[in-house]
Write a protein that binds this ligand. Structure first.
Ligand SMILES: Nc1ncnc2c1ncn2[C@@H]1O[C@H](COP(=O)(O)OP(=O)(O)OP(=O)(O)O)[C@@H](O)[C@H]1O
Ligand SMILES: [Mg+2]
Length: 230
């Protein structure tokens, strides 16, 4: 069963024209998805809906078969979905370990030995002990991006959402970050959904959804069963 499913999802800000119109997408665990589309197509809006920050104007979003509207929104957001924002949103005066630990505490999930797990998560995104103890302010953009990914993983969510996670990175660092997302999906069975303008990113994921035309890209081979792409 899909971990996330959109059924006829529409969204409009205020009474303006629809930004998203009749989306029917399915997302499974163990795969990396890229959402692509021109600027203003509604990619960030779609991530807000998937993260439970906003509700669709019409249609439903199912998480594990249940309408997100009917489940505890706070729990959904703080335990089941990890979000990586483009601006990282890290606390600059804390170090990497402290940022990850803080997110664990905020989730309210019982996590024993937070420091040890935080350090392991940072190792997983290739940040060594020395960098993990350095203030965020003194890390490079790529290093901060890794901290943001480790933080999104801190409470072990099933779904990782990331808005332009490689937007500010050089090609090599971009590839390393994409490798991390691929490992999370393929080795740890996470459902990873990335918004990206980058053709390199789109070429290295399992599925691509092209939002502008509400059509699934033909670039990838697999059709998602039951999905309707108009
Ligand atoms: N808070 C808001 N209130 C009203 N309109 C908004 C709001 N946020 C976004 N929009 C509009 O909704 C549309 C979709 O915006 P969104 O940020 O989802 O696009 P995007 O695909 O992420 O674009 P980009 O690639 O530039 O980040 C745009 O036309 C934008 O102007
Ligand atoms: Mg955006």
């Amino acid at each position: 069963m899909s971990i996330l499913e959109l059924k006829d999802v529409c969204y409009a800000y205020d009474s303006r024209a629809k930004v998203l119109d009749g989306l029917n997408y399915k997302f499974e665990k163990g795969k990396v998805y890229a959402i692509v589309g021109r600027s203003g197509a509604g990619k960030t809006t779609l991530l807000s809906l998937l993260s439970g920050l906003t509700s669709p104007t019409s249609g439903v979003i199912l998480f594990d078969g249940k309408d997100v509207k009917t489940i505890d929104r706070y729990k959904y957001r703080s335990r089941h979905v990890g979000v990586v924002f483009q601006q990282f949103n890290l606390l600059p005066h804390l170090n990497a370990v402290e940022n990850v630990e803080l997110s664990m505490r905020a989730s309210g999930k019982k996590i024993p030995d937070k420091r040890k797990i935080a350090t392991e998560l940072l190792e997983k995104v290739d940040l060594d002990d020395q960098l993990s103890k350095r203030r965020i302010l003194k890390l490079s953009g790529g290093e901060q991006q890794r901290v943001a990914i480790a933080r999104a993983l801190s409470y072990d969510p099933d779904i990782i959402l990331a808005d332009e996670p490689t937007g500010n990175l050089d090609l090599n660092t971009q590839e390393e970050v994409i490798d991390i997302f691929n490992r999370l999906a393929h080795e740890e069975n996470k459902c990873v959904i990335l918004v990206s303008h980058s053709s390199e990113v789109a070429a290295s994921v399992d599925e691509v959804y092209e939002l502008a035309s509400l059509r699934k890209s033909k670039r990838r081979k697999e059709a998602i069963t039951g999905g309707q792409f108009i």
